[in-house]
Design a protein around this ligand. Structure first.
Ligand code: PEP
Ligand code: MG
Length: 325
């Protein structure tokens, strides 16, 4: 009931057998924070900063960005806030950047690719993020990473920006964790190499599914192919989590899958540490996780990964969780 859910608002997320999970929320603007706190999120797992750049005629200034990031960090106090750098392109256009029309925008000039190609744009965002870092618990995340070179490229630019701030006497936290989105199949395959470069992974299943199954995430006509229970998706998620854990690092998920109550049991069993979702899913997810045993779901996940079809996997998980979702 609604009352039961409200009681869970102030509680941590702990499985029936005592595994601690972090439940975070996805946001698009600082205005969303109020709702996130109302729904009992333990952090922000994805702040999509591209909305700061959209519906306007020019790039947002460093000061504008700083104010937005600072507002979110201050409101979240000590709770972790993962701010993702600009993820433009694909379906999100910025007319004032005069980006070329492309045959395959989702495979094109976007996100970290633009940022590495036009560091003057990227640096303004990184400066704003570093300046805001002193107001809360910031983690920085790069989208659409497909190679180690890209992570190193982003790291170089971040270091340059830090040196600039040093020389200007501007304060920032020196211990900001840096992570990457795992949303491109190539990244999932080289997770063991990528994890050496970063502090954490966050799995972006919206794109990971699109790119793995080669199915446009917006195309209604093929939406039945867009299936998070596809064995290839679950295997990839397992690979990503295992690579991070082998290196002693944590893994979150900020794609839509993370808030899906029918999928949460297997994600728990695969060892996912942090789930980031829309605010409205937090309390139902906390209740469900409180009823699940990590040990049992680990066995369920292992068995599910031996099955051949999405349908079999889905039904198996449903049976094993006795339809609690
Ligand atoms: C994702 O791809 O799963 C993701 C969280 O990023 P976006 O939906 O913004 O592409
Ligand atoms: Mg994405």
């Amino acid at each position: 009931s609604r009352r039961e859910l409200l009681i869970l608002k102030e509680k941590p997320t702990i499985t029936e057998d005592g595994r601690r999970i972090e439940l975070a929320a996805n946001i698009g603007t600082p205005k969303d924070v109020q709702e996130v706190l109302k729904k009992g999120a333990e952090g922000i797992g994805l702040y999509r900063t591209e909305f700061l750049y959209m519906d306007r005629n020019s790039l947002p200034s460093e000061e504008e960005q700083f104010q937005a990031y600072r507002e979110v960090l201050e409101k979240m106090q000590t709770k972790p806030v993962i701010i993702r750098t600009l993820d433009i392109g694909g379906d999100k256009e910025l007319p004032y950047l005069n980006l070329p029309k492309e045959m395959n925008p989702f495979l094109g000039y976007r996100a970290i690719r633009i940022c590495l190609d036009q560091p003057e744009i990227f640096k303004i965002q990184l400066r704003a993020l570093l300046r805001a870092s002193v107001y809360g618990n910031l983690k920085i995340m790069y989208p659409m990473i497909s190679s180690v070179e890209e992570v190193r490229g982003a790291k170089e630019i971040l270091d340059k920006v830090k040196k600039e701030l040093d020389s200007e006497g501007i304060a920032y936290k020196t211990t900001i964790p840096v992570g990457i989105m795992m949303e491109i199949p190539a990244a999932a395959i080289i997770g063991d190499l990528l994890i050496k470069e970063v502090d954490f992974f966050s799995i972006g299943t919206n794109d990971l599914i699109q790119y793995t199954i080669a199915v446009d995430r917006m195309n209604e006509k093929i939406s039945s192919l867009y299936n998070p229970f596809h064995p290839a998706i679950l295997r990839k998620i397992k690979m990503i989590i295992d690579h991070a854990h082998e290196a002693g690092k944590w893994v979150g998920m900020c794609g839509e899958m993370a808030g899906d109550l029918t999928i949460i049991p297997i994600l728990l069993g695969l060892g996912l540490d942090e789930f980031s979702m829309s605010a409205s899913s937090i309390l139902p997810a906390r209740r469900l996780l409180g009823e699940l045993s990590y040990k049992e779901m680990k066995e369920v996940a292992e068995e599910a990964l031996t099955l051949s079809t999405a349908e079999e996997i889905k039904n198996y998980i449903y049976r094993k969780t006795s339809g609690r979702q």
